[in-house]
Design a binder for this molecule. Structure first.
Ligand code: CP
Length: 349
């Protein structure tokens, strides 16, 4: 069934795909996205990125602050020949309660080619997906951070040595069961990578997500472990850091820091206890007085800033991957026909 639209897209309902969580994609699809990233990264090095998003627009809704996600999507759209529209709650009616999410999705779908949203509630992203007739990309809700996951897998793959594959590795997330920790648990076990959360019992992963990971492990052969034992770092090839508290948890800051520090802080000493050549990743922003030290973050094992740069590589691939089927390429003849008609009209008014 064709989706009604007045834009230059030509969508079939069966081709419409949203990106809410990486767990919704097969290993083959994740590999395809990473292959696309690899090609686009090479093209960027040669300053020769093909304009595969030419004349297209990505609507970027940000209910919460962002440095990496905002900049990477906007720059990716520009590099690919298109445009990113930054929409904060101050800029559109969605934030003021004057217009429903459903109507916002309907209108954005008529004018833009893809929607990216960082929302304060999973309900908002789910409603956007339900009503939008163009792809919706989750730029972080309180559950998942799929665009971060794609950059993370790619960054690890880029830095693996000795012919190892992602599925040969064990990744340890240090600290709280954040949205990034949950996303890593599900993405790693779906992809076939082993996962550990190393953090105090009170802040460990909820059972419903472990049940989902159990299903993924059965299919992929991966395993996971949730532990408070920091010594388990010796089994890990990748150490991953994130904030010990989010901006909405400032009232818990003192209690959380007491639970996590000093045992779960990523230091050079902790990194030296991981497997030889282990990588340090951090989704950033980082607090170098809390979850990671400046020395570790800037040390030889850290690839955190390569990871941040790969957010741009990932967003370029995402914009192309989710929209390429819908592009209606006009012939030169059709373009000329419209131009002549409009110019003739303008001459006479
Ligand atoms: N890691 C991440 O999503 O960064 P921003 O919050 O700056 O987008």
């Amino acid at each position: 069934m064709k989706i009604p639209s007045s834009s230059a897209t030509d969508l079939e309902k069966k081709d419409l795909r949203h990106m809410v969580s990486m767990k919704d994609f097969t290993t083959e699809e994740m590999d395809n996205m990473m292959e696309l990233m690899s090609m686009l990264k090479e093209a960027r090095k040669d300053n020769a990125i093909p304009h595969l998003f030419k004349d297209k627009s990505v609507a970027m809704i940000f209910e919460a602050g962002s440095t990496r996600t905002r900049i990477s999507f906007e720059v990716a759209a520009t590099l690919l020949g298109g445009h990113g529209l930054f929409l904060s709650p101050k800029d559109i009616h969605l934030g003021s309660g004057k217009e429903s999410i459903d109507d916002t999705a309907r209108v954005l779908s008529r004018m833009c080619d893809i929607v990216m949203a960082r929302t304060n509630s999973p309900d908002t992203i789910d409603a956007l997906c339900r009503m939008s007739t163009v792809p919706v990309i989750n730029g972080l809700d309180t559950r998942f951070h799929p665009t971060q996951m794609l950059a993370d897998l790619f960054t690890i793959k880029e830095h693996i040595t000795d012919g190892r594959k992602l599925s040969d590795l064990t990744l340890a997330f240090m600290g709280d069961a954040t949205d990034v920790c949950r996303s890593l648990l599900l993405t790693c076990t779906k992809y076939g990578m082993n996962f550990k959360q190393i953090g105090p019992k009170k802040y460990q992963m909820q059972q419903e997500w472990l049940d989902m990971a159990d299903e993924f492990c059965k299919e992929s052969g991966a395993s996971y472990e949730i532990t408070d034992d920091v010594e388990k770092i010796s089994e890990c090839d990748v150490v991953y850091g994130d904030s010990f508290y989010w901006v909405t948890q400032l009232d818990e800051k003192k209690e959380r820091l007491a639970a996590f520090m000093p045992d779960y802080v990523i230091t050079e000493e902790l990194m030296s206890k991981a497997k030889p050549g282990a990588l340090l990743l951090h989704c950033l922003p980082a607090n170098d007085k809390e979850e990671v030290t400046r020395e570790a973050l800037e040390g030889p094992q850290s690839v955190a800033f390569d990871e941040a740069e790969n957010r741009l590589t990932a967003q370029m691939a995402i914009l192309v991957y989710f929209t390429h089927k819908f592009s209606k390429e006009p012939t030169e003849e059709v373009k000329k026909e419209h131009e002549t008609k409009i110019k003739d009209f303008l001459k006479n008014i």
